[in-house]
Design a binder for this molecule. Structure first.
Ligand code: AP5
Length: 214
């Protein structure tokens, strides 16, 4: 099963990708998480990506395409993978097509989680993440058991720099201009699976599983 998660920032791609990866026993590959890990570790890639991410803009295609092509060629991706946050532009989608073709395979589904902009603003404002293990929470929908402390690793949870309201607005504009055209791209290939992302998380997951035919 080779999958892509599409959707606006905060649509729930990461939340659902973790569940789908667990269900199908495939690796979850989040380009946002890869960049954040590189920023945390002070790598060259992290230094290059940081200013774009903090501004809510996309990191240039050339910094992400080879990275993903290399990642999906690893042994743990032989039976499939789920890409969360990639591709985000038509050139990235074309680069992914070339990479999967080289591996003698194809993308099975592009799952589009649809959520209107007004819901996104509320979700992003309430999201908190753990800088220690990457776990994601929401102050209203998924609160930590102990306020401000990660349930998994005990670190103090934070609000992502790019979840501040003014940056969320830019991210939504970038999404509509550069990433939304991928919906037509994958629809034309006959692999688009659309789900209603405004539903509770378990309902969204059930919709995805149904669309994937399991
Ligand atoms: P990235 O980390 O990919 O951010 P994003 O796409 O903006 O997505 P998010 O992680 O913000 O949201 P999500 O859809 O995963 O939602 P989540 O499940 O957390 O990228 C960050 C930056 O990196 C980009 O802006 C860019 O600069 C750079 N980048 C990354 N990939 C790139 C690429 N390919 N090319 C160029 N640049 C790239 O959910 C959000 C919140 O809502 C959570 O609090 C969650 O608990 C809650 N929630 C989820 N589902 C529900 C539900 N059904 N009901 C209620 N609440 C829900």
């Amino acid at each position: 099963m080779r999958l892509i998660m599409l959707g606006a920032p905060g649509a729930g791609k990461g939340t659902q990708a973790v569940r789908v990866a667990d269900r199908f026993g495939i690796p979850h590959i989040s380009t946002g998480d890869i960049f954040r890990a590189n920023i945390k570790n002070g790598t060259e890639l992290g230094k290059k990506a940081k200013s774009f991410m903090d501004a809510g803009k996309l990191v240039p295609d050339e910094l992400v395409c080879d990275l993903v092509a290399d990642r999906i060629s690893k042994e743990d991706c032989e039976k499939g993978f789920i890409l969360d946050g990639f591709p985000r532009t038509i050139p990235q989608a074309e680069a992914l097509d070339a990479a999967v073709e080289k591996l003698g395979t194809k993308i099975d589904y592009a799952v589009d989680i649809e959520v209107p902009d007004e819901n996104i603003i509320e979700r992003m404002g309430g999201r908190r993440t753990c800088p220690g293990c990457g776990a994601s929470y929401h102050i209203k929908y998924i609160p930590t058991k102990k306020e401000g402390i990660c349930d998994v690793c005990g670190s103090a949870i934070i609000q992502r720099e790019d979840d501040k309201p003014e940056t969320v607005k830019t991210r939504l504009e970038v999404y509509h201009a550069q990433t939304q055209p991928l919906i037509d791209y994958y629809s034309a290939k006959g692999v688009l699976a659309e789900v209603d992302g405004t539903q509770p998380m378990d309902t969204v997951f059930a919709q995805i599983v149904e669309k994937l035919g399991e």
